[in-house]
Design a protein around this ligand. Sequence first.
Ligand SMILES: Cc1cc2nc3c(=O)[nH]c(=O)nc-3n(C[C@H](O)[C@H](O)[C@H](O)COP(=O)(O)O)c2cc1C
Length: 235
Amino acid sequence: MPATPHKSTQELTEVEHIMMSRFANRFYLDRAVDLEVITGILQAARHAGTGANIQPWRVYVTTGAAKTALTDAVTAAHKTAPGEYSSEYSYLPDPLPEPFASRRREFGAVFYGSLGIAHDDLPARSEQTERNCRFFDAPVGLVFTIDRRLEKGSWLDLGMFIQNIMLAAKARGLDTCTQEFLSRYHRVFREHLPLKCEELVVCSMAMGFGDPDWARRRPHMPKASIEEFASLHGF
Ligand SMILES: Cc1cc2nc3c(=O)[nH]c(=O)nc-3n(C[C@H](O)[C@H](O)[C@H](O)COP(=O)(O)O)c2cc1C
């Protein structure tokens, strides 16, 4: 899939720079993030568009000892009995139809290839997967929930809120990696965070200062060209 060349003669706006420099970062520095930075991000993110202004999101932000207790418990669950945990929703269908299955295969090849992990090196792949449980060693771990009584429409709103968080974080020099993987450990989250029973864990997110070495050599995920997803009329 070819990357979309930026053909426009217009300068990128500041916001567009931030949008295009965001990437799912799985390598972080051991550097704390101040509470004021987190509240600044949340202050901005709460302005996300939301149908009928119902603002269906909730987010639990953890760092320090609270994050360590959480990640220790999730890692233990993952190592001892991963089969006993499952997400309360299905993220992707099985089988995944085309062109999505090909894109997922390409993601695996690009990402694991960049780490020198061969397709059939299952121990190395599962070691990398396990890093999800530690929020990829980022200093901040977030958990996003939604009220289970709401419908698909509100999940759109939550996605916009999450995107706002990623962009506001990037604007403050922080990287993120959203993680659907950890939604399967919602029972563990319930033991460590004050989730109400109507809250459904949708995903989590690692956040922190990215490792600059990795930023330099990271692979850029291929993005579909405009022609592949947009249909323009009347221009
Ligand atoms: C909702 C959502 C869930 C994701 N879940 C995971 C995950 O569980 N683990 C992971 O390593 N990356 C996860 N990612 C990151 C994607 O793999 C990444 O966004 C995608 O490959 C595109 O790469 P880019 O974000 O660097 O452009 C997730 C991203 C999103 C938006």
